[in-house]
Design a protein around this ligand. Structure first.
Ligand SMILES: NC(=O)c1ccc[n+]([C@@H]2O[C@H](COP(=O)([O-])OP(=O)(O)OC[C@H]3O[C@@H](n4cnc5c(N)ncnc54)[C@H](OP(=O)(O)O)[C@@H]3O)[C@@H](O)[C@H]2O)c1
Length: 330
């Protein structure tokens, strides 16, 4: 082969490499642009929904410094709060006042608890700026035939301007329509985020394809004897935050849980109480806690869960306590 032929072959090879490189970069750029466009098209156009796209696992969004979690609706929710089931009248008003004084900023109520008025009043009287407080309430299946009426009633009873989070209390006839009504109130700005309570894997698989808004929260029974080991990661993987009710097992079961040998042993190792260990274990699993209490000392104690950390081994010991033992029917 003479020199001239070799030169031509060399030029052709270099030209092929050049063309291939340029084509690769053009293709890559085009694809990136298309992906971005389809993300935008999938969203409803609001900032909150755009943020939704980036979520992979809600557990990763727990911030132990700010003590909040970023919901897929774009709002921040405190990691620990107070539950108000079975509290009414002055008892409830005093619990909320005490909680707000102890720095609690997340309050869980429901139509069914018959205490939304007292909670609203305690919030208004507290002097704590409204925007600092996050209120969750729920509408009950018996209200699903008139969800707008139920939402209006909750807004009126609470009388705090807007509801931070509204949940459907249980699955039931008309739940999809009730959820759509909540979506409408989100658009109007009267509700900020929406979610579900007592929805498990099967129920979620059936429900989610029927609605436009991915729930921001699912609130289910979760405690050391009922850990929902499959349900919790399933919900978290969808970018939905998990919140546990009955963290201490609920009334009638708290003594057994708070005196559980394993939990007490871990508590002693950290110089904290069994209640604090249970709450901290929840947070480290990516589960938001709303312990119920009307005792100011307990309310304060339940907020002091950020100065210690359970080791992997202690987390495993806690997991070994699971008995799949439900303490309520739903
Ligand atoms: N979505 C649903 O279907 C559903 C169902 C049930 C409950 N919930 C929500 O979940 C919340 C929590 O559940 P819950 O209140 O029924 O049960 P819980 O939080 O498991 O237990 C409450 C009991 O624990 C005691 N307690 C609280 N802190 C304590 C501490 N530091 N040391 C010792 N004892 C302590 C309380 O007594 P003291 O008052 O003496 O502190 C009360 O008797 C409810 O309030 C409600 O908001 C939701």
């Amino acid at each position: 082969m003479n020199k001239k032929k070799l030169l031509i072959i060399g030029i052709v090879i270099i030209a092929i490499i050049l063309i291939a490189t340029i084509s690769y970069f053009i293709y890559k750029n085009f694809n990136n642009k298309n992906n971005k466009e389809s993300e935008t098209n999938n969203s409803t156009g609001s900032i909150e929904q755009n943020e939704n796209v980036e979520y992979s696992n809600s557990k990763d969004l727990f911030n132990f410094e700010t003590k909040t979690v970023k919901l897929n609706s774009g709002y921040d929710m405190p990691l620990n709060g107070i539950g108000t089931y079975s509290q009414t009248g002055d008892e409830c008003y005093n619990s909320i006042t005490s909680a707000l004084n102890s720095g609690v900023r997340l309050i869980d109520t429901a139509y069914m608890y018959h205490n939304e008025e007292e909670i609203g009043r305690a919030i208004r009287d507290s002097g704590v700026p409204r925007e600092e407080i996050f209120v969750i309430t729920k509408i009950y299946p018996t209200q699903f035939d008139d969800p707008e009426g139920a939402i209006e009633m909750a807004l009126e009873k609470l009388n705090i301007g807007y509801i931070d989070m509204m949940l459907l209390h249980h699955p039931g006839d008309g739940d999809v329509e009730a959820y759509k009504a909540m979506e409408k109130y989100v658009e109007e700005g009267k509700i900020r985020s929406i979610g579900l309570s007592n929805w498990y894997i099967e129920e979620l698989e059936e429900f989610l394809p029927q609605v436009d808004t991915v729930p921001a929260l699912v609130q289910n029974e979760i405690h050391p004897y009922y850990q929902e080991l499959d349900v919790v990661p399933y919900i978290q993987s969808k970018g939905i935050v998990v919140q546990g009710w009955y963290p201490f097992g609920g009334r009638g079961h708290t003594s057994e849980l708070l005196n559980d040998e394993t939990i007490v042993e871990i508590a002693n190792a950290h110089n904290v109480t069994a209640a604090q260990v249970i709450l901290r274990w929840n947070l480290q699993r990516g589960v938001v806690v709303i312990p119920g209490s009307s005792n100011p000392e307990h309310i304060k104690e339940n907020t002091e869960i950020y100065h210690f950390e359970l080791t992997d081994e202690e987390m495993q010991k806690m997991e070994s306590l699971n008995r799949d033992e439900k303490h309520d029917w739903y």
